[in-house]
Design a protein around this ligand. Structure first.
Ligand SMILES: [Zn+2]
Length: 340
């Protein structure tokens, strides 16, 4: 982008940010914005090298978001808001609910202190069978593999059809003499076009080809969950049992395990009633939605937008926030308005 274009864009973002809170006050009362966060990683965290830019904010950025939100919104537990809406009770004029997907250990280490500082309620969506394990999500594993393949050509064998996705990106990066996080991010985006079971098997095979070493635990464990619950600020929802994308054709048994089984396990683990669900990657099917309706008070998607009492509580849209699009007051407020 040219310098002039960037300046013009900054002016637009600034104008939107200045007027947005005023226009929000004109919305029909009862509007709810649900924010979708994933990870909270400090600026110097080495983990950033194998993470997609759309997955994290820094603790400082989260702090800034919460300060800004408190000027305009009443911060609520999503569950409380939904219960009041269902019972036809009065709702805050403008409310905001914070959510974190996947149950990352950094939520405990870096998000919790900031949430406590602001007394901000939040819901963390946990993947029930990964709690306390060294499980790594395939996008991070794939990004690591591509980095290894770039650093040491021939050190990783990518099986077909993964090879067709990785090879052109590696060739291009070699031509430039550098592999950036935007390259590895591109590989992950393409790989998402494959079936979930297939991509997991392919990543596993590629790892075996280089005899991958064990990584540090990245997912919260039971003690961390219990400690967060004890603050009264954090509640938990289900993000399935194994982070299976629910858009494909799944057996009734598999669906029940992911949607109903995960709820039971999480209730045992947290001692809380689990009332909210989060669809992995935002993917749904009529069967999945039907089952979610029967077992949960509400559910969130990755669809972009605001929620209100007339919208479907089992297909709640959210605004995804991450460092690259919201690391300042102006871009954050513009993002909340649906800009970019
Ligand atoms: Zn997820």
């Amino acid at each position: 982008m040219s310098g002039l274009k960037r300046m013009a864009q900054r002016a637009v973002v600034h104008a939107i940010a200045r007027t947005a809170p005023l226009t929000w006050r004109w919305r029909r009362p009862g509007a709810l914005v649900v924010l979708m966060y994933h990870r909270v990683l400090p600026r110097d965290s080495p983990v950033r090298a194998t993470e997609q830019p759309g997955m994290y904010v820094s603790p400082e950025t989260l702090d800034l978001h919460l300060s800004e939100l408190k000027h305009v919104f009443e911060l609520v537990h999503l569950e409380d808001w939904l219960r009041r809406a269902r019972q036809g009770l009065s709702l805050p004029r403008l409310a905001c609910a914070i959510t974190f997907d996947d149950g990352w250990r950094d939520n405990y280490e870096f998000a919790l202190p900031v949430l406590r500082k602001h007394a901000a309620p939040a819901t963390i969506f946990l993947v029930s069978s990964y709690i306390g394990t060294a499980y790594r999500f395939w996008p991070n594993r794939l990004m690591s593999l591509v980095q290894h393949a770039f650093a040491e050509p021939g050190s990783v064998v990518f099986p077909h059809p993964l090879e067709h996705i990785v090879a052109p990106v590696l060739a291009e990066a070699r031509g430039r003499g550098a592999l950036g996080v935007e390259d590895t991010d591109r590989v992950v985006q393409h790989a998402k076009g494959l079936e979930e079971a297939q991509i997991r098997a392919l990543v596993e095979t590629a790892e075996q080809s280089r005899g991958d070493t064990l990584q540090a635990r990245e997912i919260v464990n039971r003690d961390e969950v219990v400690a967060m619950a004890a603050t009264g600020l954090i509640r938990f929802g289900s993000h399935t049992a194994t982070h299976l994308r629910l858009g494909g054709r799944l057996s009734a048994q598999a669906l029940a395990g992911e949607i109903v089984g995960s709820r039971t396990s999480l209730q045992d683990l947290t001692g809380q009633s689990i009332e909210l669900f989060c669809y992995p990657n935002g993917e749904t099917s009529p069967e999945a939605i039907e089952l979610v309706r029967r077992h949960y008070l509400g559910a969130v998607t990755t669809g972009k937008g605001w929620h209100d009492p007339s919208a479907d509580p089992h297909l709640i849209r959210r605004i995804g926030v991450h460092e690259d699009v919201s690391n300042g007051r102006d871009p954050f407020l513009a993002r909340l308005s649906g800009w970019r």
